[in-house]
Design a protein around this ligand. Structure first.
Ligand SMILES: Nc1ncnc2c1ncn2[C@@H]1O[C@H](COP(=O)(O)OP(=O)(O)OP(=O)(O)O)[C@@H](O)[C@H]1O
Ligand SMILES: [Mg+2]
Length: 379
């Protein structure tokens, strides 16, 4: 849990210093800095923004660096992004005052889950977002995953470099050696992903029953390894070598894994379509919420205590769905940072918390033109 949070020069947040509680609600008008605050916490945990991949957009205009620092229950964490003359960013990361050289150290120490129902790209765009969603869960639940993932990326880079080289056809043994290594790491990634996926699917089904009950029997998740598990990646790579040389990169493998969200029809058992092509916009938001909340439940059940970031808690979902979202989040052993345009949402949360036993401590904040002030809860 984050006890203290300091932010400098992130968008319109010039200098923020907060003491946080277990449940934190930030209320402010459009453009006041609410999303930027969540973005800062996300940056500390993941090393990037959830809004844009270019760090220069995140740093306050005309400034060349930003920092986020947190005192958590388990120690201090900090990140600084520094822009050079060409707007290229470098990161300095610290844990307990010592430099660390991998973002994964901060990610392990501070797992964050963003619940942003309007983030349709998860369903509407390519496999990358869904793969990252699954991998976030696997990373925090299966500890052998990260090492295998790093090794896989390294070997993949080597293989792709070799595929692009003009001597590739003269070096068949080298390619076979990379194929073998790649397929060994792929097997570990696949086993970790599959085990976590099977478990997540159970949580997802239950959450779907609460948020989209009419689709409980119609929507199913399915996991794809990125290669044919029966044939094995090693053989597939061998068979596809010629086309990989033509393309100049490795087309199949764990880097192509996906989680499909399928829709099935009652009357026609063979009818299978991607859910994104069938659901309404509102239903897609509920589906995204179900995916995220089920991950949160699973990670809490496995002993993790993530920080949950919920942007515009009441802007995207119907009142009953917000009610379920709050019930789930507030009942789990996780810290929450939520934003809202409306004071009444803060009161709704306060009333919910008052009813729960034991009642987690709540703090409310007003956000105004980049200034965040703690507000006394209204009675
Ligand atoms: N790099 C930047 N430097 C300074 N200000 C910025 C930068 N990028 C964005 N802003 C400004 O920061 C302000 C806060 O944006 P933010 O998205 O956090 O607001 P918000 O409170 O979430 O608003 P909304 O309720 O509309 O979602 C905006 O007025 C925006 O114009
Ligand atoms: Mg916002």
């Amino acid at each position: 849990m984050i006890e203290k949070l300091k932010i400098t020069q992130i968008r319109n947040l010039y200098d923020i210093d907060l003491n946080l509680s277990s449940c934190n609600v930030f209320v402010g008008q459009n453009g006041s800095g609410k999303t930027s605050l969540l973005e800062a916490v996300f940056l500390l945990s993941r090393g990037k923004s959830f809004r844009h991949h270019e760090p220069k957009r995140l740093i306050t205009h005309h400034q060349s660096s930003c920092t986020v620092w947190a005192k958590t229950t388990l120690g201090e964490l900090g990140i600084q992004k520094i822009l050079d003359d060409k707007s290229f960013a470098t990161s300095v990361m610290k844990r307990n005052g010592q430099n660390v050289y991998s973002q994964s150290v901060l990610s392990f120490a501070l797992p964050t889950l963003l619940i942003d129902p309007s983030g349709m790209e998860l369903l509407e765009e390519g496999s990358g977002g869904r793969r990252q969603l699954l991998d976030w869960l696997v990373f925090h639940v299966e500890h052998r995953f990260y090492g295998a993932w790093l090794s896989y990326q390294k070997v993949l880079k080597q293989r792709n470099a070799l595929l692009k080289s003009s001597h590739v056809r003269q070096r068949p043994q080298e390619i076979t050696a990379w194929d073998y290594e790649l397929s060994c790491h792929a097997q570990v990634l696949h086993e970790c992903r599959q085990a976590v996926f099977e478990n997540w699917r159970v949580y997802f089904k239950a959450m779907l029953g609460r948020l989209l009950p009419k689709y409980t029997d119609h929507i199913n998740l399915s996991y794809q390894a990125g290669f044919d598990e029966k044939v094995g990646l090693f053989h597939t790579l061998g068979q596809r070598l010629e086309s990989d040389i033509m393309l100049g990169y490795t087309r199949v493998g764990s880097h192509r894994a996906d989680v499909l969200v399928n829709f099935y029809n009652d009357s026609d058992k063979k009818f299978k379509e991607q859910a994104v092509n069938v659901l309404s916009r509102g239903e897609k938001k509920l589906l995204i919420t179900a995916l995220k909340l089920s991950q949160l439940q699973m990670i809490c059940a496995s002993g993790g205590m993530p920080v949950v970031l919920i942007d515009d808690v009441d802007a995207e979902l119907d009142e009953w769905a917000v009610d379920i979202l709050l019930d789930v989040v507030l009942s789990l052993p996780c810290q929450s940072l939520m934003t809202s345009l409306q004071q009444k949402t803060a009161q709704q949360i306060q009333e919910k918390l008052a009813k729960s036993q034991p009642s987690p401590p709540l703090k409310m904040f007003h956000v105004e033109q980049g200034v965040v002030r703690e507000a006394l809860p209204e009675i």
